[in-house]
Design a protein around this ligand. Structure first.
Ligand code: FES
Length: 128
């Protein structure tokens, strides 16, 4: 869960906040972890940010719920391995990093760190 990557790496994938030093994020309580069983997803809004949280094989991942291709909602898309497929035109993003991995999207989307504390899900939002 902790950030183990050197701070110098964050700029190379600027939306991948999971690579941030966690002291740069504010962790916001979302819901009890029991509300997000394996294979499910949870749609939330934190501030003005739409976010979808996935439970893939017991691991939680949070990404922005907006496709970088044409701003379509992304979170309802099919999940293939660790990729989510945009329902509109088929772009794919790595849920772990937000990286755009298939056309027509070429711009990464935000990926946020997720923690479970005392049975509750928290998502780390970068401090302004
Ligand atoms: S809006 Fe997602 S691929 Fe076009």
């Amino acid at each position: 869960m902790g950030c183990t990557k050197p701070a110098t790496h964050w700029w190379s994938s600027m939306f991948n906040y999971t690579a941030f030093d966690e002291s740069k994020a504010e962790f916001v309580e979302i819901a009890p972890a029991s509300e997000l069983p394996n294979g499910e997803r949870l749609f939330v809004e934190v501030g003005d940010k739409p976010i979808v949280i996935f439970n893939i094989a017991g691991q939680l991942f949070a990404i922005g719920d907006v496709c970088s291709h044409d701003e379509g909602p992304l979170g309802d898309g099919d999940v293939e391995g660790h990729n989510v497929v945009c329902p509109r035109h088929g772009a794919e993003f790595d849920i772990r990093t937000g990286k755009a991995v298939a056309m027509p999207a070429v711009v990464d989307i935000p990926a946020y760190p997720v923690q479970v504390r005392d049975g509750n899900i928290f998502v780390g939002i970068p401090k302004e």
